[in-house]
Design a protein around this ligand. Structure first.
Ligand code: HEC
Length: 132
């Protein structure tokens, strides 16, 4: 495969392809939970706690959010859109949601513009995954 690619396109194209495959690896493989804690503090902590038994602020507590059903924290007043979402928050779902919450959940109360930096997002996901 590599030799064929080299013949067709030269060695640099094969390198670009290899780099692309690495970039496509799951976010958790690349993320650093310690750095993600800092991302959470800067981007999320004004509205969320992520420690066990932490209170809701503007948004619900996120302890154990990975693997939890969307809109399911008892006593928290979710938007109808989030209540109806119906999915489980997997890492993939969170990775799709956090760059643009309002694009994925119509009418969400989460008025957060989105986290667009892929490295910060990977670190944040590793941190959320560690809070359980
Ligand atoms: C301005 C406040 C605010 C910020 C900042 C914010 N959120 Fe939220 N978040 C909310 C609110 C409010 C909800 C409830 C949304 C609804 O009911 O539609 C929510 C909901 C969520 C949910 C769904 C929870 C559930 O139980 O289904 C996740 C996951 C989430 N936020 C993650 C994050 C992360 C991670 C960050 C930081 C990158 C963040 N949020 C930043 C306010 C915020």
């Amino acid at each position: 495969m590599n030799r064929l690619l080299n013949r067709l396109t030269g060695p640099s194209a094969a390198l670009v392809l290899a780099a692309g495959l690495l970039a496509a690896m799951p976010a958790t493989a690349a993320g650093d939970a310690a750095k993600g804690k800092g991302v959470f503090a800067a981007q999320c902590a004004m509205c969320h706690t992520a420690t066990k038994g932490g209170p809701a602020i503007l948004g619900p507590n996120l302890y154990g959010v990975v693997g939890r059903k969307a809109g399911s924290v008892g006593g928290y007043n979710y938007s109808p859109g989030m209540k109806a979402a119906g999915w489980i928050w997997t890492l993939d779902k969170l990775e799709a949601y956090l760059p643009g919450p309002r694009a994925m959940v119509t009418g969400t109360k989460m008025t957060y513009g989105g986290l667009h930096d892929p490295a910060k997002l990977a670190d944040l996901l590793a941190y959320l995954d560690s809070q359980k």
